[in-house]
Write a protein that binds this ligand. Structure first.
Ligand SMILES: NC(=O)c1ccc[n+]([C@@H]2O[C@H](COP(=O)([O-])OP(=O)(O)OC[C@H]3O[C@@H](n4cnc5c(N)ncnc54)[C@H](OP(=O)(O)O)[C@@H]3O)[C@@H](O)[C@H]2O)c1
Length: 244
């Protein structure tokens, strides 16, 4: 299951999962499935794709989506949380300095980038527990690393991803105590050519930017390569560990 599947990395992950015959059903959750043309197009050609409405800031929709999966299959092997915001409208923009900080922007960042992942984890826990693979991965960002923060700024995005990382660590500890543990990872996809990075890409060397299709494949390879002992860690697209 991909949460935040309408576009960007999440959409490419859906395409990769559909191309993989190991997956009997792929759930794609997003705020407005009917307004996600690529997803609706994919659904017409592959009946394994199931679209679910889910807004990560609306707990009722998260519960409804979990109920739908419980009714339909009763288990999940892998859930990848891709919902994220870096900017939205005039209020939420990466802050260059403290005076740019806005409480509504901080709130939105924390709700989408961090709190939503924990609420999704809570509602889908029993389904992952019933799955044979039991992996929960959340797309974090290297800029959420406290140890790696050399430039400052970006208060809302950096701190919401750092909060997400802490949630992943705590989840891994709790889920590691289950007789059949649920593995849990925070993943950095690299810099990827999506809507999220579009306003900043002019300042980035294009050779260091991944296409979403490649980024999705790399993330799935990393998830496949990580084992039980790696649970609770923060990993980049190349499988290397990132400091907290
Ligand atoms: N691109 C990069 O270089 C990069 C680098 C590091 C980390 N990341 C992380 O990777 C993840 C995916 O990023 P991306 O580049 O694919 O971004 P994107 O193209 O902007 O896509 C963001 C996704 O999040 C969804 N989303 C936002 N708010 C939501 C909500 N309330 N409920 C459900 N879904 C919501 C969007 O859905 P709607 O279509 O409904 O808005 C969209 O599907 C994010 O967590 C991002 O922080 C990206």
């Amino acid at each position: 299951m991909i949460v935040g599947a309408s576009r960007g990395i999440g959409l490419r992950l859906v395409e990769h999962l559909l191309a993989d015959t190991r997956f009997s059903i792929v759930y794609a959750a997003c705020r407005e499935p009917q307004s996600a043309p690529k997803l609706t197009e994919l659904q017409t050609v592959d009946s394994r794709l199931r679209l679910l409405p889910l807004d990560v800031v609306d707990e009722a929709t998260i519960r409804d989506a979990a109920d739908s999966v419980a009714t339909r299959t009763g288990w999940l092997d892998t859930l990848i949380y891709c919902a994220g915001v870096l900017r939205s409208g005039d209020a939420l923009k990466p802050e260059k300095r403290l005076s740019d900080v806005r409480s509504d922007a901080l709130t939105e960042s924390f709700r989408v980038n961090a709190l939503g992942a924990l609420l999704v984890a809570r509602e889908f826990e029993s389904l992952l527990k019933a799955g044979s693979k039991a992996v929960f991965a959340a797309l974090s960002a290297r800029v959420g690393s406290i140890g790696d923060n050399g430039r400052g700024g970006w208060y809302a995005y950096r701190s919401s991803k750092a909060a997400l990382n802490m949630m992943v660590k705590s989840l891994a500890i709790e889920w590691g105590r289950f007789p059949r543990p649920i593995r849990c990872y925070a993943l950095h996809p690299g810099t990827v050519a999506t809507d999220l990075t579009a306003p900043f890409r002019a300042n980035i060397d294009s050779r260091s930017v991944f296409e979403p299709e490649l980024a999705a494949r790399q993330l799935l390879d990393v998830i496949d390569a990580l084992g039980r002992d790696d649970s609770g860690g923060f990993y980049a697209y190349d499988g290397k560990r990132i400091p907290w």
